[in-house]
Design a protein around this ligand. Structure first.
Ligand code: 611
Ligand code: MG
Length: 214
């Protein structure tokens, strides 16, 4: 029984990144996934767009849907202000275990709350369990057919406020057509597409930034 891809990514972080240095963790994952084996991290090109949105929004409450190996979790959390918090939901316990190790290596445990479970089950519990009022920024990068139902669930649970930014990965590849149609045609959102490429490839992809108008 060999290692899994997430285990190999964690090993690359432990080998090449400096403990407590989030940027070196991000770089170690990008180097490994570009040169050794592809993995579904948002990656460096789209990651720069994520960085610019985080810097513009200056969020104090962030929700990430889909942790995987915590690449975007660490990238986003490294840009947050001292009192800001990021909650990340992960369904797969093997991925969650690796993600916790990557987050620890980056020294960001105090900013990040990793919740093991499905978004559909946990979104209705976030206010009560974590004292969340509304989120300032939501990063969607989990199962592509969950983007739309989870967005509607976030609305229903009162977790969005006028100005909340939803940033969605992979709106071109693999694609999230129903979500894109919704945020681009709903009067409740102001949506903007950021053209980019699928991580570590030349394939077309992009991020959709949608501001909830209330
Ligand atoms: O499929 C993709 N992402 C799905 C990601 C899913 C992640 O989120 C949870 S699912 C979940 C469910 C419910 N709640 C929380 C997490 C999975 O356990 C995984 O950690 C993907 C695929 C490609 N690609 O090129 O094929 C590129 C990408 O950037 C991608 O993000
Ligand atoms: Mg993705």
């Amino acid at each position: 029984t060999g290692s899994t891809r997430p285990q190999r990514i964690l090993r690359a972080v432990q080998k090449n990144a400096t403990r407590g240095d989030p940027c070196s963790v991000v770089k170690a994952i990008d180097d490994y996934c570009r040169h050794k084996e592809w993995a579904m991290n948002v990656g460096d090109e789209k990651g720069c767009i994520v960085d610019s949105v985080v810097s513009e929004v200056k969020p104090t409450a962030v929700l990430e849907l889909g942790t995987y190996c915590a690449y975007s979790t660490v990238r986003i959390a490294s840009l947050l202000s001292p009192n800001a918090k990021l909650i990340t939901l992960e369904f797969n316990s093997d991925y969650a275990a690796i993600a916790r190790e990557v987050i620890a290596w980056a020294g960001l445990q105090d900013k990040i709350q990793l919740v093991e479970g499905a978004s559909g089950e946990w979104i209705p519990r976030l206010k009560e369990e974590f004292g969340i009022e509304t989120f300032d920024l939501i990063f969607l990068d989990h199962w592509k057919d969950r983007y739309l139902p989870d967005t509607k669930l976030l609305e229903k649970c009162g977790l969005l406020r006028p100005g909340t930014v939803l940033l969605a990965d992979n709106v071109i590849c693999p694609g999230t057509p129903d979500y894109l149609d919704y945020v681009r045609n709903s009067q409740q959102y102001k949506s903007k597409f950021f053209k980019s490429h699928l991580e570590y490839t030349q394939e077309e992809d992009g991020l959709e930034k949608s501001v909830f108008l209330g």
